[in-house]
Design a protein around this ligand. Structure first.
Ligand SMILES: NC(=O)c1ccc[n+]([C@@H]2O[C@H](COP(=O)([O-])OP(=O)(O)OC[C@H]3O[C@@H](n4cnc5c(N)ncnc54)[C@H](OP(=O)(O)O)[C@@H]3O)[C@@H](O)[C@H]2O)c1
Length: 289
């Protein structure tokens, strides 16, 4: 069986390590984290492997996953370069959405790739069950890409191949939908709080409509999912909401107006008339008083 070493077995690294070990796809071998105790905890979670206290003491392996934080990947690659130059046919990869495989150039002659799972590894135990079905964006050398396609397919992931030069735009796409959705929920809770609605009640109130909206977007697309005052061209309601928000929280009003402009753009592709769109744009673009 092929062997896998992990540098940075945190939320993502230990989840992938355990899934691949369970599938008998890789034998997890050496694990190196910033702290030795954390490497020991990762070994326990994965149920295989050995903690290493230095990169130099890690065993030789067929695959090297560098899954530390993005800012550390280049430095780790530098430190690993000598070790990988000793062996033919090694595959080295990272899982950052923002960086391409180029950050691993120093590891050649190893075959290098980046493999970004479009999944939120907030809680590894949950990810063990929920990762299957997620897409993994792959780019890099042919050998590494084809080997990792097999590895991720074996744990139920879908594969999307992209070009290195598109990596940042691709990643921005998932950041907007995933991270900004979370920020939107927070803005919404601030507005409810200003209306005297307690957080728990607000979350309860939001759950069905947020999930339904997400589902509509996935099945109907954003153009057909947009409802509400902007989609209807209801200028009066929008003006009243801007005023109400500005009176309690000007920053909230600012975000409402910025996102409102994006809604107008979207609504124009639907039923919104040019005249209503122009009035809404004027209202939402007005400088804050
Ligand atoms: N989390 C996600 O949802 C997600 C999704 C897709 C892709 N990714 C990518 O996956 C990678 C890892 O993210 P993560 O969320 O799993 O991070 P994480 O939970 O913070 O884990 C990072 C791990 O790297 C180790 N580490 C940090 N600096 C190190 C160094 N200098 N030397 C050795 N080990 C070091 C940490 O060790 P200690 O435990 O000792 O601190 C920790 O175990 C990133 O490239 C990220 O962009 C993450």
């Amino acid at each position: 069986m092929q062997t896998l070493n992990i540098i940075g077995a945190g939320r993502l690294g230990k989840t992938l390590g355990r899934l691949w070990q369970q599938e008998n796809l890789f034998r997890v071998q050496s694990i190196y984290n910033r702290s030795y105790d954390s490497a020991l905890a990762a070994v326990e979670f994965i149920g295989a492997g050995q903690a290493s206290d230095t990169i130099e003491s890690m065993a030789a392996a067929d695959y090297w996953l560098i899954s530390c934080s993005d800012g550390e990947i280049a430095m780790i690659a530098e430190r690993l370069a000598d070790k990988l130059s000793e062996r033919e046919g090694v595959i080295a990869f990272h899982c950052s959405g923002a960086l391409s495989s180029e950050v691993l150039e120093v590891l050649r002659p190893a075959s290098i790739a980046s493999a970004h799972p479009v999944h939120s590894f907030a809680e590894p135990l949950r990810s063990l069950d929920s990762l299957a079905g997620s897409s993994v964006a792959l780019e890099g050398d042919n050998l590494a890409v084809s080997a990792l396609e097999n590895a991720f397919t074996a744990i139920g992931c879908e594969i999307l191949t992209i070009e290195a030069r598109h990596k940042s735009l691709y990643h921005a796409g998932s950041v907007i939908a995933c991270n900004y959705l979370t920020a939107l929920v927070d803005l919404s809770l601030r507005s409810f709080a200003a209306a005297g609605i307690e957080r728990d009640n607000a979350l309860k109130l939001l759950q069905p409509i947020v999930l339904q909206t997400a589902q509509n977007n996935m099945t109907l697309g954003p153009e057909r999912s947009l409802t509400g005052p902007i989609a209807r061209g209801d200028l009066e309601t929008v003006a009243t909401q801007v005023e109400s928000l500005a009176s309690v929280d000007p920053e909230l009003a600012f975000h409402y107006r910025q996102l409102g402009l994006a809604c107008v753009e979207l609504a124009r592709r639907g039923q919104l008339s040019d005249e209503s769109a122009a009035s809404l744009i004027e209202l939402l673009s007005e400088p804050m008083r």
